[in-house]
Ligand binder design. Structure first.
Ligand SMILES: NC(=O)c1ccc[n+]([C@@H]2O[C@H](COP(=O)([O-])OP(=O)(O)OC[C@H]3O[C@@H](n4cnc5c(N)ncnc54)[C@H](O)[C@@H]3O)[C@@H](O)[C@H]2O)c1
Length: 381
């Protein structure tokens, strides 16, 4: 059995999620074709990284990510830091011959994304993969199969949202996701990136985009000193109108001031012959409508059906805890982690490859330009 050693760069919210995924892979995928070792972890301050050793069994801790990248025993670098340092971590890791699993969004802007793409293209032996975890929701996987089998026929329209309420309270203190120099952009970068990827995954590339970005809360208490305020220079709300290469027209609303929302991704696609709908708050079912179902007598069997995708992952996912137990968001991340290590082991090209990250970045960039110039922007840029 092969071994792979993991170096976790960033151990905040998503670094923990990626760690939970690796630790749980032997339960979800049986037999796991290799052994994983949680080698080094990097976080700020060092005390956080030290705590990660206790919590997850990492062998050592550091506050300098280059320690992990230079470690010849580490095979995998996980990029789980704020966006402004993605590029440096990714390029250094690729050049050191590591495999790299990258949190979205890929980069701060399209120029950085180009540099990363180039570095990845020059290192064909490294598996460089994006973490777009919604691709590993069984409901989304089933939607993709049905669309490829022609359920929808010609696709007319797609309606998408990503709703959070985390920034609704103006008293929430500043953090890196409201400062452009650390995040690149607001809901457009943080939330819309997921949805743009899902639309591409299910329906193909974007052709053009029109966007309106709005910042409702223009300053927040400074987290470092509550007597001061911090300027919010990114969007709270991103509204996009878009057209796809396949002719479909769509809308995307991504916002962190959707008071009352939890973590709600919705994608609803209408075609000539059918429709599909996914809502991350009801993740066990894919909504499917098929015009080929008889509509008589009295409605026949016609109507939206809730397909019970639950935890029905295809082989080799182990039936643990069982295909009928309700699914959750963490499980999608395990799907991404498994896909990543399988790609490394068998030398496969990732489906969520670096080009997927680049294409999403391109749509984000186009939306930014559109909001500024108040006009449609054509893709690719
Ligand atoms: N896929 C998803 O669903 C999802 C969800 C949340 C966040 N994310 C992405 O994950 C990334 C991290 O977001 P988060 O919410 O975990 O942030 P976070 O603030 O919770 O954690 C960031 C971590 O990075 C560390 N860090 C900061 N600067 C560093 C540096 N110079 N060197 C090394 N480590 C450093 C911090 O100490 C912390 O451990 C972002 O790119 C974000 O967009 C993805």
């Amino acid at each position: 059995m092969d071994n792979l050693a993991v170096g976790m760069v960033g151990y905040g919210f998503i670094g923990r999620v990626h760690t939970i995924s690796y630790l749980n892979l032997p339960f979800f995928y049986k037999p796991l074709p290799l052994k994983l070792k949680m080698s080094g972890v990097c976080s700020y301050p060092l005390s956080d990284a030290n705590a990660a050793m206790d919590q997850a069994g990492f062998e050592y801790a550091t506050d300098d990510y280059m320690d992990l990248i230079k470690d010849p025993d580490i095979d995998i670098i996980e990029v789980c830091t704020p966006n402004h340092i993605h590029k440096d971590i990714i390029i250094n890791a690729i050049q050191a011959g590591k495999h790299v699993n990258i949190e979205k969004p890929l980069a701060m802007d399209i120029n950085e994304a180009k540099e990363i793409l180039e570095a990845a293209n020059n290192a064909p032996k490294s598996v460089v993969q994006m973490c777009f975890e919604y691709r590993y929701s069984p409901a989304i996987m089933r939607a993709k199969q049905l669309i490829e089998e022609g359920l929808l026929g010609r696709v007319y329209s797609v309606r998408t949202v990503y709703l959070h309420a985390g920034n609704s309270d103006p008293k929430r203190p500043s953090y890196w996701k409201i400062q452009k120099k650390y995040c690149g952009g607001g809901s457009l970068y943080d939330l819309a990136s997921h949805v743009i990827d899902l639309v591409r995954f299910l329906l193909g590339d974007f052709k053009r985009v029109f966007s309106r970005l709005e910042t409702f809360i223009k300053e927040r208490p400074d987290a470092a000193d509550s007597r001061k305020t911090c300027v919010v220079d990114v969007d709270d709300l991103a509204l996009l109108l878009f057209e796809l290469e396949n002719g479909a027209i769509g809308t995307l609303e991504a916002t962190k001031v959707a008071t009352g929302a939890n973590d709600e991704v919705r994608i609803e696609i209408h075609g000539e012959k059918g429709a599909v709908g996914f809502n991350s708050m009801q993740p066990n079912f894919l909504q499917v409508y098929d015009t080929r179902d008889p509509e008589a007598p009295i409605g026949g069997m016609r109507g939206f059906k809730a397909i019970e995708t639950v935890q029905r992952y295809p082989e080799p996912a182990a039936a643990f805890p069982g295909p009928k137990f309700s699914i959750g968001w963490l499980r999608y991340h395990a799907g991404n982690a498994y896909d990543f290590i399988e790609n490394i082991l068998y030398g496969k090209k990732p489906q969520a490859d670096i080009m997927s990250g680049y294409r999403v970045q391109e749509v984000i960039e186009a939306a930014g330009i559109s909001a500024l110039k108040e006009k449609w922007v054509d893709l690719p840029l």
